[in-house]
Design a binder for this molecule. Sequence first.
Ligand code: LMR
Length: 397
Amino acid sequence: MFAKTDLLAPDAILGLTKLSATDKREEKIDLGVGVYRTEDGATPVMGAVDLAERAVIKKQTTKAYTPAEGAPGFCEAILKLVFGPDSEQVASGRTIAVQSPGGCGALRLAGELLARNEAAGISAGAPTWANHKPLLAAAGLDVHMIPYYDVKTSMIDFDGFLASVKKLGPTDVLLLHGACHNPTGADLSHEQIDAVIDIAAERGFLPLIDTAYHGFATDLETDAYIVREMTRRLPEVLITYSCSKNFGLYRERTGAIIFAGRNPEQAAAVQSHIINIARASYSMPPAHGGAIVSEILHSPELTQIWRDELTTMNQAMRNSRKLLVDAARESGLGNQLSYITEQNGMFSLLPMTIEDVTVMREEFAIYIVGAGRINLCGVHGGNVGYLVQSLNQVLNR
Ligand code: LMR
């Protein structure tokens, strides 16, 4: 069976993490995988998560199967978090959620659901997260890249993006990022989102909003604008949600697929298909992460602790952005990187080629994803000098 099986190249992001772990050079800087890190390079369990986990273990009486929708209370809590406490979308019953194994699991469910409903294809703005295309293609979708970000200007090419979006029709899907675009950090403004909604309303395509960094751009309410506004104004919207970053639950594989439809009957029908797809794959999601999220969101005290921690993480990422831009300015790079303070979340894209990235890794022990994506969490006072010095040499060769 496997006599001719060839060895595949490592994953662009996870392979880099593995490579970095074996690099013992003292000056090493890991700006790779999208994991929040403190200044000492740690990714601690969030305080609210730790408290909730203890409470969950204490209350636990069984390991029997959970419902197919997910850990008890999880979906209801996530919907309230995403749409706000008194939303029409949730109160009307036209919006459903199903817990998934992480954001990847939610995307895979979305992909299979779309393929099952004969979506003509899914369009994604370039560049997008390295796993979007393989994941959605593996679910049976044709993935088309359309313009989004201009690497020459380090800005969104909104005219190019809109021109492609205007060509989409009722059997097409448009992949959008919730706040904190991966890999560029360049988010659509609220006005730009409104313009995309106007076109979606006219052309009838379906938005799929991949939300992996809720709360990492501004705050939980502002970051939800794209989801809340699209589901308020459009008849059908799919959302994939990850709790990996904002709850720090990476390895617990906790996420959700959310569908906001026309009415409760349609929502229930779509939910039945999602559950059916999951049943034919992994049956039901792992319960532990969902139970932790549910515990936090059902406790006002834990929710407050969690929100405060999110604010602290958010501030730390903003500080790293400023630190890098200021150091770059002083190092002779001038304003080449000044756009970075205008962007959101963990990532920004440096103006480099794949060859530059290789030089940064091999000669300077600096780990960068793809053609220049950096995780700002890896930048701090202790390494920013070496980072900008190295960048200066590579970018201005
Ligand atoms: C990333 O983009 O680095 C993260 O979302 C981790 C992953 O699975 O790729």
